[in-house]
Design a binder for this molecule. Sequence first.
Ligand SMILES: [Zn+2]
Length: 387
Amino acid sequence: MDKKKINAVVAAAVLAGSSAIFNAGADTAKKYKGDIDLDGSVSARDVMIYKHCLTKTAYLEDEDVEIADINEDGVINVYDEILAKRIAMGIIDPIKIKAENPDPPSKITISDMPSEYQYAADWIWQNRVVAEQSTVRRNTIFDQIIAGNGTLNYVVKWQSYKTVTLEQRRAFETMLENAVNDWTDWLVGYENWPYDHVDVKVVGWAVIDRNVMQDLQPDEIVYDTTTPYDSSFDTSNGVEEIPNVVADPPAELSRMEHFSDPNYEYPGGLDKRFDMCMWATQGFPSIGGCGGDWGQRLSDNAYLSMIDGTGLHVLEHELGHGFGMTDFYGGEGEKGGFPPGGFPGGENSLMMAGSAMKITDFDGWELRYFWSKIKDEDGRFPSLQNQ
Ligand SMILES: [Zn+2]
């Protein structure tokens, strides 16, 4: 079926009597995910087209798939429709599709940092990051991405008896990739950061019950050997029990266990290693979690609800710790606290829990500042030395 036919189906069903809805002359530099009718915005009309496609009363052409597959999981399904609806309602921001040959990003350096950010950025670096040595260990997410040549691999540690569909598992991978790139997009074109995009893959699942994996595919790797888990120090959500077992992926594939040995070879090659775990625990409170260079731990429900884009900032906060960022639980100017005068830019910081619901401009610059500080450390990033 060609575009005119979709047009006809949709126009007949939705906009009886209306003229053509496809804007053939649309500016391709302004393509947005979900804007199937190419009118420059995602609207109720696009959501209706999804409904028609999902009920097979309309079909998409190959060239429309990139636009329609909002979560980039390779299929057009109800998750894309939900995302389109949320964009149309203004709950999440429209996602711009990159032009085929984008202009090379302009060279940004630390000297471009807004001057009002300088004091707070310096204060945080000296009083928090250096004092707490949070970027010293050469296994920050910066280190992981560079060692992986622009890739980041995860194992999902599913400490839960809730079943997970194939669609949900694919959506988790997309969700992780989006959250990581929401941070690393700040590094694109910045000083000598070498990547335009970080490819994030789930390379295995560590489960406490193999039956949770619905519609298991032959290429999916599952680890299901459990060990006892003592939850007596965990806070429960008061409704569910925290499982008394956990499964761990093999240590020989863990970067965490081997990053200090530059000559270590992962069995099966670099692609088989995993850098971090997405650790989901049943019975955890739905708010709060923890994160580090080992991964991010939240409740299973928190992760499941993020599939449609809700609460992604919670995961992004925990990812911030993986880059060496600190929490700001203490008071103004205090040890463990936030910079005197507060955060510049008027948006606070995602790392001060509860004060911001997204990576703020200041957070983005803080990430860049960290990179500027560690990138030239002796022997830390040998692959960048010749650039
Ligand atoms: Zn935190």
